[in-house]
Design a protein around this ligand. Structure first.
Ligand code: FES
Length: 150
């Protein structure tokens, strides 16, 4: 992790009470991930325990501990999408990329994550690719959709 960049972020987030989630999200947005090796420094800076930081880091699926691939796919597993075959879409993405949720393809092209509602319930099942929402995804569309990304 880039020490000066991390230190600058932590300085901005020394609030009372501290907001661990917001701090970790900014670290991830800036550095691509939150390295578990940074947990002690983050905890010291926010005046919380390392367990507090590790707990938030592991609880939120939006947070990742390793740098993502070139494209991040988030398949929605929210209630509405699950009722519209979201699990089948996820299974198709996993099979096509040969990775599990939380993993990155060996060529570094895709990282697969899950999300719980992207505000697109009316036209689910939904997924996001690099922050762009795609609705009404049919499992059969998945290979062509993924293959369209370099
Ligand atoms: S549950 Fe998937 S977009 Fe709302």
């Amino acid at each position: 992790m880039s020490e000066p960049v991390l230190a600058a972020i932590l300085t901005r987030h020394r609030t009372s009470p501290p907001n661990i989630l917001h701090t970790l999200l900014e670290i991830q947005e800036t550095l691509g991930s939150v390295s578990p090796g940074a947990i002690p420094e983050i905890a010291r800076s926010l005046d919380v325990t390392e367990a507090d930081v590790a707990g938030v880091l592991s609880y939120y699926p939006e947070l990742r501990t390793a740098k993502p691939g070139r494209h991040v796919i988030r398949v929605c597993l929210g209630e509405s999408c699950m009722a519209n075959h979201g699990a089948t879409v996820l299974a198709r993405v996993r099979a096509h990329l040969k990775i599990e949720v939380g993993e990155t393809t060996r060529d570094g092209r895709f990282t697969l994550e899950r999300v719980y509602c992207v505000g697109n319930c009316a036209v689910g099942p939904s997924l996001m690719v690099d922050g762009e929402v795609v609705g009404r995804v049919s499992p059969d569309q998945v290979p062509a959709l993924l293959d369209s990304y370099p």
